[in-house]
Design a protein around this ligand. Structure first.
Ligand code: ASP
Length: 344
């Protein structure tokens, strides 16, 4: 029996495994075999690697909640066989998938590291190889007691490991595409891999439970100066809509126009969940700090604190499918599940 750590590589698509269609120059996903051919270094890593791929790798803009569940199930089905998991994923919606996995994988005690790249793996200046190889190393890393070094869902990109549900994609071109504005980096990769143990979630006891239900009847509505009350009323009246993430100004503020406030209040009175998340990249929502957020407090809008929009979307979909009634829903929204926000 080998005492080498084992890591399962789950390939879903994304630029990392794309090739340029010679006819059009458009980037399209290639299959896992070709991807492995491009990284002969994989054979030299001191980790037992397993691989599994989506039968049709996708650009992450095509990821849907059903795909998040699919990835969670792959992890669940292979949980006892591997020490860690690396999910190769397009960067565009990686922060959403990482957030969703952090809620779907209850009791996770092993690393799930999502990574990808800005340039395809076959290109000379690619960032893919370093991202892939270091992500595998992190997924295999153990502490002095032989436990997983990072027992949580994380994103590794350009020398930084970040909590998955704290990440946002901040750049469309730079290799340094991700940030975790409201939570410290979990590890930095230089000559050595330096882990910030205080920032990493503590080990959780108990078995893994893979959840497989999400409710996508939600909307994300970004406020802007001049947003019309009648438009807001119409948007919130869509049949079936159960929750809306409102992205607000600064520390959670919005227009005080009575018509606008009434449109939100009517939705709340119908039992709709409203969540207040700031449009700012960093910092937190503090409802009631300014008069321009008092109406949110009065009507029972959930203050999102320092949660990202990505994590708010995934958490809302998760909780809508896992709670009975508005009261329980609001209570569970206001408590962190997997370190996705900091209590004030
Ligand atoms: N469009 C690509 C995707 O998200 C971009 C990337 O992988 O970086 O799949």
């Amino acid at each position: 029996m080998s005492d080498r750590a084992s890591v399962l590589l789950i390939y879903t698509g994304g630029t990392i495994g794309m090739w340029a269609d010679p006819r059009t120059g458009t980037l399209r996903p290639m299959d896992l075999g070709l991807l492995e051919e491009q990284v002969p270094e994989l054979a030299r890593i001191n980790v037992r690697l397993g691989t599994v791929a989506f039968e049709r790798p996708i650009d992450s803009s095509d990821m849907r909640p059903a795909d998040w569940v699919r990835i969670a199930r792959i992890i669940g089905d292979n949980y006892s066989t591997y020490d860690g998991f690396v999910v190769l994923h397009g960067s565009d919606t990686m922060a959403y998938t990482a957030s969703a996995l952090s809620f779907l994988l209850e009791g996770l005690a092993k690393p799930v590291v999502l990574t990808g790249s800005q340039l395809p793996i076959g290109t000379i200046r690619t960032d893919a190889k370093e991202n892939l190889i270091t992500a595998i190393e992190i997924a295999a890393a153990k502490d002095e007691q032989g436990r997983a070094m990072v027992p949580e869902v994380a994103v590794y990109f350009e020398y930084r490991l970040m909590r998955g549900n704290r990440t946002v994609k901040v750049h469309a071109e730079r290799f340094e595409a991700f940030r975790s504005p409201n939570w410290p980096t979990l590890a930095e990769a230089g000559v050595h891999l330096r882990y910030d143990r205080a920032a990493i979630l503590p080990h959780r006891a108990g078995p893994l439970k893979v959840h497989d239900r999400l409710d996508d009847r939600i909307a994300v509505i970004r406020l802007f100066p001049g947003i019309r009350a009648d438009w807001m009323r119409h948007a919130l009246a869509q049949p079936g809509l159960r929750a809306a993430v409102l992205t607000t100004f600064g520390s959670g503020n919005g227009p005080t126009d009575p018509e606008f406030v009434a449109a939100l209040r009517e939705a709340r009175d119908r039992g709709m969940l409203l969540i207040n998340v700031t449009q700012c990249v960093g910092g937190r929502v503090e409802q009631g700090r300014y008069a321009t957020s008092q109406a949110f407090v009065d009507m029972g809008v959930v203050g999102g604190a320092d949660i990202t929009v990505e994590a708010a979307v995934a958490k809302t979909m998760f909780l809508l499918a896992h709670t009975q009634g508005t009261e329980e829903l609001v209570q569970r929204m206001e408590a962190p599940i997997a370190g996705e926000f900091t209590l004030g």
